[in-house]
Design a protein around this ligand. Structure first.
Ligand code: AR6
Length: 174
């Protein structure tokens, strides 16, 4: 039976089958959670990203690709690319929902039964947190109800207490 859980914490230390990275389309690493994952996981994650870039040119916004997790406790990293916030009228909500859907599809295909997400797009990409939380919670719940036996746990890992509160509100509202 799948469940959505919310915790405050650092995604790099989560003991789950797969963690999700808020990456960029070029898969070249960066700041925020992306930087933290590459630092903690080591060079194997970038080596695998390099191979994906060579094979398919990167990862378009709203899609997801899977690499090794290197030295991290997880078995795999699912890299997804959220939309840059441009005011909300440029398909941002659909692209963000697609990140959660495609990441969970990749997890299911990989047989990863527990998955931890950071709050995609709400840092450097500027997506307003309450709107992003509503999209994330709805997209995860839709995926879990469509396929109730696919996962044991889908965990949202929020970096701050304030972010956790916003996500908690979103779970009560949806
Ligand atoms: N664990 C969990 N959450 C974290 C961690 C962590 N260790 N570190 C940061 N966050 P961001 P984006 C939270 O900027 O907005 C990169 O340069 C953070 O507080 O990491 O999708 C990529 O390469 C925020 O709530 O991702 C892209 O170019 C959330 O993670 C770009 O940033 C997402 O913030 C992607 O921007």
């Amino acid at each position: 039976m799948s469940r959505l859980t919310l915790v405050r914490g650092d995604i790099t230390v989560q003991r789950v089958d797969a963690i999700v990275n808020a990456a960029n389309e070029a898969l070249i690493g960066g700041g925020g959670v992306d930087g933290a994952i590459h630092r903690a996981g080591g060079a194997a994650i970038m080596a695998a990203s390099d191979r994906i870039r060579a094979a398919q040119g990167g990862c378009p916004t709203g899609s997801a690709v899977v690499t090794t997790a290197g030295c991290l406790p997880a078995k795999a990293v699912i890299h997804t690319v959220g939309p840059v916030w441009r005011g909300g009228g440029r398909g941002e909500a659909e692209l963000l929902a697609s990140c959660y859907r495609q990441s969970l599809r990749a997890a299911r295909e990989g047989g990863f039964r527990s998955v931890a997400f950071p709050s995609i797009s709400t840092g450097i990409y500027g997506y307003p947190l309450p709107q992003a939380a509503a999209v994330a919670v709805a997209a995860i719940r839709d995926a879990l109800s469509a396929d109730p036996d696919a996962f044991d746990e889908v965990r949202m890992v929020l970096f701050s207490a304030a972010d956790l509160e916003v996500y908690r509100d979103a779970t009560l509202r949806c």
